[in-house]
Ligand binder design. Sequence first.
Ligand code: FES
Length: 145
Amino acid sequence: MSLDDLYREVILDHYRSPRNKRHIDSGGIDVHRNNPLCGDDITVYVVVDATGVATDAAFEGQGCSISQASASMLTEQIRGKKVDEIEGIVLNFRKMMAGEEGPGEEELGDLVALKGVVKYPVRIKCAVLAWDALQEGISQYEKAH
Ligand code: FES
């Protein structure tokens, strides 16, 4: 199996069996975003405890395989991390989506499967949709704390 096939399998697995796809009354981060190009939407929820750790993360929404898989992977990758670590993950993910190679990819887990999306600029919006929501949620959280 080629690396591209493996990545495709990982994306389809997250799309068909999304992790943490459920509503949370987070009382913390709760941000909805939509992709104006197609109308698909995602809401990201993150529960942050008093020590700044994301104790739970989930999403809801509908959209293409890339947007849904990316959101599923996002929730897996940030659970249990501190908000400042999450900001680092967001930065590394965005670097990867900008086609930059380099440090930080090992922190991205299954998300490296989305690397190939860089070759299809119109799909980058799909891959970053959940991340735009997360980043906005982090900004709101930081303003409030
Ligand atoms: Fe709508 Fe991908 S086509 S988010």
